[in-house]
Design a protein around this ligand. Sequence first.
Ligand code: HSE
Length: 300
Amino acid sequence: MNSVKIIVPATTANLGPGFDSIGMALALYNEITFTPLASGLEIDICGEGASQLPRDASNLVYEAAQVVFNRLGNAPAGLCIQANNAIPVGSGLGSSSAAIIGGMAGANALLGSPLDKLQLLELAAEIEGHTDNIAPALFGRLTMGLITDGQVFFERLDVPPLTVVVVLPDFHILTSEARAALPDVIPYGDAVYNIGRIPFVLRALQNADYNMMSYAMRDRLHEPYRFPLIPGMDAATAAARNAGAAAVVLSGAGPSLIAFAPDNHQQIANAASAAFAAAGFASRTFILGVDTEGTRSIVI
Ligand code: HSE
């Protein structure tokens, strides 16, 4: 059994109105090497999450790998996992999905890749419960996904080479907390507000139509409940718009924001970052392209 290296991209989910259904892959990557051992488990992590992610059997990459090993009824006697992470943990950039997809893709590749990506998506969906991060992490580009009646439906859409701005405040919020903030019931008009925008967001991204993005990439299902949890978010999104962003939304469950604009990316990043600073939080900024390949595996 050879070693394999898995390269898995960051992702941004929701994209405004598409809560839990649409997402896009970003050109920021975790690289995870899997090496069969005679026995035991070794986990080495550098980069993002190195000081906080577990190095035992509770590690999410390892847990996800076990799902595939169990499904295939085969596994190496021992395993070494070496992760070189560029995706910030707990950021709204799909680090958990990258771990799940990375672990599953690594286990699959170690065993000669008997599962195709759609089968990996179905397995990952059982863990994640929604597809908006795992689908673009696997397939790249812009994706829409639906889990219903025990099935996973998925489409990948081409997008032109967009450049996005991500601003991540140094503020921690768990996805579980961000989901717990959502109400059980929403006004009928808010559902209509979002439904009407989803097809236009997809079309705007496919056409790099920033004018359409400015109208369509808006949300009433999760942002009104989550923005108050993140100090400075209202001011940061307003500052990004004032600096030239056509659309600014929460990336996934946050706390990062993602801004779409044809140019002025650094100015937008600086403006949002200054707004977070005024609220008392440092931030990190990323200017990123769209990933078009999704997860790749290299036998080494
Ligand atoms: N769609 C998810 C949410 C993404 O907004 O909660 C994070 O898992």
